[in-house]
Design a protein around this ligand. Structure first.
Ligand code: NOJ
Length: 577
């Protein structure tokens, strides 16, 4: 896709017409024989703290992951994305790293890590590490040295600035976790910048020594045989040439940092160097977390001339924030918008680059609660999302527990929440004038803890996650919603995921076939086809909670999976061939 074509699409869509990407973009999709291993596999994301605890500490560990590799194998998983397992004070549960080339003792030892790699290898499962390179922990030796004086050898490894003449912070930027993005450091008599929490100071990528130290750390993990990297918050690494105040956008008088510092000019130069010095020449995949990259820029970020293999693009999961809200509260959205967001990213990577397909991760609520009304049957809703996830074009990412249909929690006090951003969101809502009850309701809907409750393995103590006290309470529905129960039930969400994983692996059209959105204006049905030569599979999902007629174009078509009928029950799924 080139920029002009994309603009044409955007214009067509804004004008109220929906043009199918295939008609607009033309060109050939990547041939089946050119696809790499990671374009054919399923990636499973593990939040190690919550996956499986083998020591009774209440925190999951690496050996817990190794113990469940066969479970993942049965799900068709070929790679595990591990959220950070490095030493960390855990202010942001590992996204505040104090040593880039070691394992946090809470998760085990380097020998445990090596065993995970080798046991994974035996089963064809690679381990993908999370690189958190925009910031480190404020307890990292680099920061401790940097903050100690203005002239130490690491003095400019982070972003330091003098106060304004009146002693206030250098700019009015609000950090992503709330409050000023600047924190005063007594030793240096200066402020340092942190896009996230004050315990996560931003590294200074302008300094070549910083960049080299980060590349060395990534190469350390490549030498250990990892299968790739997920690269955290990468759009923030290049700061703007000038630091200027933004227009205040909240009652705190601050201005959200994201639009002011994300994806600034020159960032791709850093990333091309990163690619050259780390990724090139390895049979791995890279997926960047790239909030702030517009669809018309994607071809500079992924594909032949890009820097990563894939990019997490968030427009479909940020639909409830479409009004540009800077804090999270549920906002109505339409199915047509979800379909458009997903088909735009399919189109943007149709002939260049590749798409990671996901509905959940450790920062998102459970999709069953997020995308469906309260009266939707949660099992059917989970299966509906699975049907879409596993038949769209791209590499599916399953987040732990999603394959069981796990649901959100709703704790009755903000104090029960661990997630740093839930607390920030709650405070922000209060400052904006919402009542504590309303603010807590927003937290119920959006909290990252929804996805971080311990994995529900069985109906025993703590859902079989730990023999100790779990670091975060188990969702109380574990007695009925757990992996052991679903193993025994051929109609479970888990059984459905396994069936679809096989369906995908055995139908090449679902891997390399072209994508076409069908019925783009329909507010009830999500339908699309995947076509390769003369073979084609059509996914049809009734996304609504009402009974609707099956559209005429599907009458008489061959059913591959599903019920033969001329109607669609609430959340019913059919695959036609
Ligand atoms: C994105 C990660 O997914 C999130 O969990 C983390 O809090 C921020 N980046 C900061 O590293």
């Amino acid at each position: 896709m080139n920029r002009r074509n994309f603009i044409k699409t955007a214009a067509a869509v804004t004008a109220g017409f929906y043009l199918n990407p295939v008609e607009i973009f033309g060109g050939k999709v990547m041939a089946a024989e050119n696809l790499k291993w990671w374009q054919r596999t399923i990636v499973y994301q593990i939040y190690p703290k919550s996956f499986a605890d083998t020591t009774g500490s209440g925190t999951g560990d690496l050996n817990g992951i190794t113990a469940h590799l066969d479970y993942l194998k049965k799900l068709g998983v070929g790679a595990i994305w591990l959220t950070p397992v490095y030493p960390s004070p855990m202010v942001d549960n590992g996204y505040d790293i104090s040593d880039y080339t070691a394992i946090d003792p809470a998760y085990g030892t380097m020998a445990d890590f090596d065993r995970l790699i080798s046991e994974g290898k035996k089963r064809g499962i690679k381990i993908v590490m999370d690189l958190v390179y925009n910031h480190s922990s404020d307890k990292h030796a680099w920061f401790l040295e940097s903050k100690s004086s203005r002239n130490n050898p690491k003095a400019d490894w982070y972003i330091w600035r003098d106060a304004k003449a009146d002693g206030s912070a250098p700019t009015n930027w609000r950090s992503i976790f709330g409050g000023s993005a600047w924190t005063w450091c007594e030793e240096r008599g200066q402020f340092y910048l942190h896009t996230f929490a004050k315990e996560q100071p931003d590294l200074n990528w302008e300094n070549p020594a910083v960049r080299q130290a980060l590349y060395d750390a990534a190469n350390f993990w490549l030498d250990k045989g990892v299968g790739g990297f997920r690269i955290d918050a990468i759009t923030y690494i290049k700061k703007p040439a000038e630091f200027v105040d933004g227009a205040p956008d909240g009652k705190d008088g601050l201005s959200h940092i994201h639009p002011l510092t994300a994806n600034t000019r020159g960032i791709l130069d850093f990333l091309h160097e990163f690619k050259r010095k780390v990724f090139d020449g390895h049979d791995i995949f890279t997926v960047g977390e790239a909030n702030g990259v517009a669809a018309d820029e994607l071809n500079q970020w992924v594909g032949a001339n890009g820097v990563f293999d894939m990019l997490f693009e968030f427009s479909h999961v940020l639909l409830p924030l479409k009004n540009g809200e800077i804090f999270c509260r549920p906002t109505p959205w339409k199915l047509t918008e979800l379909k458009k967001a997903l088909s735009d990213s399919q189109a943007a990577t149709r002939t260049n680059g590749w798409c990671p397909v996901f509905f959940e991760n450790h920062d998102r609520p459970r999709c069953v609660n997020y995308f469906f009304p309260k009266d939707a049957n949660p099992v059917d809703a989970a299966k509906a999302m699975a049907a879409i996830l596993l038949t769209l074009r791209g590499t599916p990412f399953i987040y732990e527990g999603q394959e069981l249909g796990c649901t959100n929690v709703a704790w009755d006090s903000i104090d029960a929440y661990n997630d740093i951003s839930s607390h920030a969101q709650y405070e922000f809502a209060l400052n904006e004038g919402y009542t504590p009850e309303q603010a807590l309701e927003f937290v119920h809907f959006f909290s990252r803890d929804n996805a971080r409750t311990p994995m529900q393995w069985n109906d025993k103590k703590n859902a079989g996650f730990s023999s100790g006290t779990p670091w975060l309470p188990v969702n109380e529905n574990f007695k009925t919603l757990n992996a052991a129960a679903e193993e025994k039930n051929s109609d479970s969400v888990l059984a459905w995921y396994r069936k679809l994983a096989k369906f995908r692996a055995t139908h090449e059209e679902l891997i390399s076939g072209d994508f076409e959105l069908l019925l783009p204006d329909d507010e009830n049905i999500f339908a699309f086809s995947r076509t390769l030569g003369s073979k084609s599979i059509t996914t049809v999902v009734n996304f609504s909670t009402k009974n609707i007629p099956l559209p005429a174009e599907f009458h008489g078509k061959k059913i591959l999976i599903g019920r033969k009928s001329e109607d669609l029950k609430p959340l019913e799924i059919k695959f036609f061939g």
